[in-house]
Structures are given as C-alpha cells and as structure tokens.
Design a protein around this ligand. Structure first.
Ligand code: NDP
Length: 313
C-alpha cells in the first residue's frame, strides 16, 4: 500500500475541518486535509446561512465553505479529495487508510467527519430513493416544483426545509410524531404562518406507495390510542429531516463513543479517549450542531494539536 507520513491529518471539510486547517497551517504544521464523502460538509446542502456571525446579509452555505477552503489554502494546508476507509489508532503514529489504497501515518489526527441524515427505516424509503424519497430538501426540492410533498420531523432542520420546499412546491405537509415541535420558536412561527404548509401533529408514516414513482404515503394519527386514524395522502415527494447520525464507524473500535455514536470528548476540550486524536464539529456534538460551534471546536482542536505536539517533541 502507498504510504505517507504527516504531522497533522484532518478528516472532514466542514467548518470544523477547515478551521482546524486554517489554524494548524498558520502555525506551520503543514496539515493534510481529506475532504471526505461530502466536500464542504453539510452546509453545502443548505440554502442561506443567516446566523453565522459576520455575515449581516446572510451567505449561502456553498459560498461560506469556498471561503473557508480558500483561507485554509492561503496558509498552505493541503486539501485533498478522498475518504477515510479504515484506521489503526492502537499506537503512535496513527494510521488512516484513504480510499482503501493509501495509508497516512500521522502524529495527530483531527476527526471532523460530521454527521449524515437519518431515515425512518421503512422498506419503502429504499424503494423510492431518488424517485420520491430524499433527506435533502435543498438538493432535491427543485424536482418538486408545483407538486405536493411531505417532510417528516419537527426540529429546526425540518422547519428550514419545509420553508424551502414551500417556495417551490404547491403544498407541503409537515409530519410530526408528537403534539408539538422541537424547533426554535421563530422557526415554528414561520412554518405555522406559511399558507402552503400544513402541520400534521401526532402523525407517523406507515409506508409509501406508487407504481414507478412515489404517488403517496400511508399515515396514522394518534397511533395506539382509542381514536387512532389511518389515512393516505397523495404526495410526489417524501423528505426526511429527523436528525443525523455521526460518521464514526471506522473509529468505533478505538474511541469512546456515546450511545448514539458521537465521539466523547473531555468537557470543554476536543480531546478524545486517545492522546493526539481530537474530535471537532458535529461528529462530537449531539447538542448544538451549529456551524459556528463546529468552527470553534475546529479552532480548539488546532490549538490542542500544537500543545500536544510540543509535549511529545
Ligand atoms: P432535532 O434532533 O432537533 O429534531 C429531529 C426531529 O425529528 C424531532 O422533531 C424528532 O421528533 C423527529 N424525529 C426523530 N426521529 C424520528 C422518527 N423516527 N420518526 C419521526 N420523527 C422523528 O434535529 P434537527 O436536525 O432538526 O436539528 C439538530 C440541531 O441542529 C438542533 O440543535 C437544531 O436547533 C440545530 N439546527 C439549527 C438550525 C438553525 O439554527 N438555523 C437549522 C437546523 C438545525 P421528537 O421531537 O419527537 O423527538
């Protein structure tokens, strides 16, 4: 296998990975960053980012990630295409396999691999994937112009995506399993006041139907209660916005993870259970999942990298 040695290896190209790259390259540590499955991370599939400090008029997620990348390149970070497919963190130097064909040995590993959208686990989701089912409204909403869609979830992501879809589709159902939403009040108000969005509380999805393409969904209201009611809705698109799963599969045999697979870090730091392995951004954050927090933890990981390298040299 093709081998290479570096001091600092960063996995992931969201705000956490790029911030870690900006700081470590500015500190002359010559980091190598692998972009991972989704170059630019999850922000590249959102629309407008309105709450990142410093952009009073908002910025598109894609633009922000291009800016971060440019800033990292300016200080000499090496940004490469590639996905980490295996690792050995049992001893120094740590080893990470890229695309199953190249092994990078590194003194410090910064894991910023982010998180991936969750699905309900219905057989029908797989059946209609790409022909009606999507976990990314901003990627696929375009295909549902003037059509009817449903989106599952009651968090900020679901609200954000419902509003995005409402700008394209003729009707948007929000399917929420509880009798309330988890989203922030401002987002709830926006969806509740939108004429094209109809919120279906206490509703679960039982299945989907359609010949070649998705034609509708089977739903149930008040499931398991005396007034349980099953009903069908004709829909052309079925979107999921029910949270994310951290991308930690290759690390699970080495690092302490929480019950949902997020990397556990020492409170207030990005230190994992292995010295010299740091975790930043959504991969270690089940709570906030904000670009600014990810960027902040990327910065912490970089500063801790410098201190760690000084301590072992
Ligand atoms: P959340 O975990 O906040 O919400 C997930 C939603 O999906 C909840 O309504 C949950 O329901 C529902 N859900 C989960 N599993 C299922 C299931 N199996 N069936 C049906 N419904 C299900 O995830 P988000 O991605 O919305 O947000 C994550 C974090 O990111 C939050 O902290 C949020 O504030 C933040 N965020 C902020 C944004 C912003 O500030 N602009 C934009 C997007 C996200 P239940 O409540 O019943 O568990």
């Amino acid at each position: 296998m093709n081998k290479e040695k570096t001091k600092v290896l960063i996995l992931g190209s969201g705000p956490a990975g790029y911030t870690a790259a900006i700081y470590t390259s500015r500190a002359n540590l010559n980091p190598i960053l692998y972009e991972g499955i989704q170059p630019g991370g999850q922000l590249t599939i959102t629309t407008e980012v309105e709450n990142f400090p410093g952009y009073p008029a908002g910025v598109t997620g894609t633009q922000m990630m291009e800016d971060l990348k440019e800033q990292a390149l300016r200080f000499g970070a090496e940004v490469r295409r590639g996905i980490a497919t295996a690792c050995d963190l049992s001893k120094q130097p740590y080893k990470v396999t890229i695309d199953g064909e190249k092994e990078i040995e590194t003194d410090v590993l910064i894991i910023a691999t982010g998180a991936t959208a969750k699905y309900l686990g219905l057989k029908d989701e797989a059946k209609y994937m790409g022909v009606g089912v999507s976990a990314c409204a901003t990627c696929d909403g375009f295909f549902y112009r003037k059509k009817t869609v449903a989106i599952v979830g009651g968090g900020d992501s679901a609200c954000e995506e419902a509003l995005y879809l409402a700008g394209l589709a003729s009707k948007v159902y929000m399917v929420i399993r509880k009798d309330c939403m988890r989203a922030s009040q401002i987002m709830q108000d926006r969806v509740l006041n939108h004429p094209k969005i109809e919120v279906l509380y206490k509703t679960n999805t039982l299945g989907l139907y359609g010949e070649e393409f998705l034609e509708g969904g089977h739903f149930v209201r008040n499931q398991g209660e005396a007034d349980e009611e099953k009903f069908d809705l004709p829909i052309d698109g079925f979107f999921l916005a029910i949270g994310h799963k951290p991308n930690t599969n290759i690390f699970k045999n080495y690092l302490d993870l929480d019950e949902n697979g997020f990397i556990k870090t020492l409170w207030g730091t990005t230190r994992t259970s292995i010295p010299g392995v740091f975790a930043a951004g959504d991969v270690a954050d089940p709570n906030y999942r904000q670009a600014i927090v990810a960027a902040g933890t990327g910065c912490i990981a970089a500063i801790e990298t410098e201190r760690y390298l000084n301590s072992i040299e």
